[in-house]
Write a protein that binds this ligand. Structure first.
Ligand SMILES: [Fe+2]
Length: 291
């Protein structure tokens, strides 16, 4: 049977969302917070519950390998992940399973396409919080294996055009490997949209009277690109991704969203929009494409 990407999702990773969900794996506890985004994830989970899938494939800005793309190559990882900026919000005990066969298959296909690649074979490797938050919010039961892919630093080292070209290759390699694997995969682009954030936190982090977009310019950009994604104008979005990334200080500089759009072959159909919300001033959308 030919494998398939059954869904592709924009699945941002502010640790605040896990903090406010109060799962047993996370040490700190919250009263409430960021409901508009947490309910957006709830709608995504409900939507994904209608389809069957075998594996989550996630591309994370916070597993940064400056040159070359790395893939998890060990079946089990168990440890604690602490957010370096928000250790008071995110100290998460994870115990996760990797689909090493698919991970290796995407690695090999990416290598065939000329990308610099590496398998991460260190069993003590610390999984980044971007991967964990996006996977937890999408599938809190953790009952599916994952494939985690690192992001490169091409946007800073060269420029966003270079980063996009690499991400497009990686997206195609991901699709080809999934199709050859016979598996049904859900893809997660783990990133915020606009990403300039406040540098002071209220005494109570979940005090929502302090939460709003960092600046109007960011909001305009976020609404523009969400509208394009909703309408299926993803090719057009890819063309202005560099401007968006620079002018909205967007987290798309990691290439996660470019990877996703390429893996989905730049959808021209409407996406499902599950919700938008800010976290410490950054703009975040939860969206879903069904190829
Ligand atoms: Fe981030």
């Amino acid at each position: 049977m030919k494998g398939k990407i059954v869904a592709g999702c924009l699945a941002p990773h502010p640790p605040h969302l896990v903090y406010a969900e109060n799962p047993e794996q996370n040490e700190p506890h919250a009263e409430c917070g960021w409901e508009s985004l947490r309910w957006a994830y709830e709608r995504l989970r409900k939507s994904l519950s209608e389809i069957e899938y075998d594996v989550l494939v996630v591309h994370s800005p916070h597993w940064r390998t400056q040159a070359g793309t790395h893939f998890l190559g060990v079946e089990k990882f168990k440890s604690i992940s602490v957010d370096p900026i928000f250790p008071h919000l995110f100290r998460f005990h994870y115990d996760l399973t990797v689909d090493v066969d698919l991970s290796k298959a995407i690695h090999d296909q990416a290598q065939k396409r000329g990308l610099a690649t590496e398998m991460m074979n260190n069993p003590d490797f610390r999984i980044d919080y971007g991967t964990i938050v996006s996977c937890h919010m999408t599938n809190p039961a953790w009952d599916k294996p994952i494939v985690a892919i690192s992001s490169t630093g091409g946007a800073r080292y060269f420029n966003m055009e270079v980063q996009q070209a690499l991400s497009f290759e990686l997206g195609q390699a991901t699709r080809e490997a999934i199709e050859a694997s016979g598996k049904r995969a859900v893809l997660l682009s783990s990133n915020s949209l606009s990403h300039r954030h406040f540098v002071k936190e209220p005494d109570l982090p979940e005090d929502m009277s302090h939460e709003h977009i960092n600046n109007h310019n960011q909001y305009l950009w976020d609404m523009k690109v969400i509208d394009m994604m909703r309408k299926g104008q993803t090719k057009e979005f890819a063309k202005i991704m560099s401007d968006f990334t620079e002018q909205a200080t967007a987290e798309t500089d990691a290439g996660s969203l470019s990877w996703l759009l390429s893996a989905l072959d730049f959808p021209e159909y409407e996406s499902k929009f599950h919700g938008y919300g800010t976290v410490i001033g950054t703009g975040n959308a939860v969206m879903e494409w069904r190829p």
